[in-house]
Design a protein around this ligand. Sequence first.
Ligand code: DCP
Ligand code: CA
Ligand code: CA
Length: 364
Amino acid sequence: MSGVRKIIHIDMDAFFASVEQRDFPHLRGKPVVVGGRPGKRGVVAAASYEARRFGIHSAMPSLQAQKRCPHAVFVPARFDVYRSVSGQIREIFLDYTELVEPLSLDEAYLDVTENKKGNPSATLIANEIRSRIFQKTRLTASAGVAPNKFLAKVASDINKPNGIFVIPPKRVLSFIEQLPIGKFHGIGKATEKRMHELGIYTGADLRQRTERELIRHFGKTGAYYYKISRGQDDREVVPHRERKSVGVEETFVDDLETEEEMAHILKTLAKELERRLKKGKLSGKTVTLKLRYPDFDTITRAHTLDNYVFKADVLFRVAISHLKETEALKRRVRLLGITVSNLERTDIKREVQLWLPFGQGESF
Ligand code: DCP
Ligand code: CA
Ligand code: CA
């Protein structure tokens, strides 16, 4: 790899909770818990900083949260709103670089080594982004600026909330040396404990160990620890282009005439569409049927569902019900297609569902 990279990691502060406090002024200044209901099972998705003072944090059972702070206000999560804020901050990122890699709804890596503004200072860019996020959303974000992803991620946590921390290349080693081992991204509670047992408390301690030794204790990850203890992380920022829709269609040499033929084709298309959605870890709310008559007259019929779907049988059922509203049987058909839009990343959703055992669809 040639040259020093400039990576920014941006992470919104107390994301879900801050959105709730923004939209409901009576929640401001109060200990707010998003997700879970007092007296009910379930876990905390997010806690406002006021709530954190009572020791409440994400993934804690709500019963425990309530015990720690009986006057905490519990509010339901509003994923649609969080998703739309996520889109707004993403638009801002894309103003600077196409190399934007979102990690979740509220954070992303940006590679600004080369950027659309021709701005040589990643620090200035990071601060400009933070202030634009605030102007646009009235929410604060924290930023880390460093020569690689690992360091940028650790850095964004240091002056949180509403802060920035910069690790210029010449400070990388001294920064890592003093870093407590538990603060290394990717070192969780269990590994931290094992490191402590091995007498490793800081980055400096970690750097004393040979690669062989680390691999012996931690397997493959040992090699990763060896590298990061030297400030090395060559992982690139991999941009995810947000897809707007996924669709499949087929044109026929001989026009389709019967409902059976059309149903058969729609079934095949639905199966292929399910395969593609799964591959892209996507599901969508809007299902559109596309249809072309022999005279090239082309129409679409769209229907937006209450839930995100990806399964072939559901896609088929929606498509076939649309078909019945058309003149397909009267006029015959030379092209059929099904498209799913209004997409959502299924892996993000699944993650959220893991955090919130009561799921996303239920009202709570
Ligand atoms: N989240 C969740 N379940 C978790 C962790 C997080 O549902 N176990 C959701 C709620 C958070 C959002 O994701 O608001 C972002 O997660 P972060 O870990 O970035 O936490 P916060 O943004 O809430 O706080 P911080 O200010 O520490 O970044
Ligand atoms: Ca956050
Ligand atoms: Ca985050």
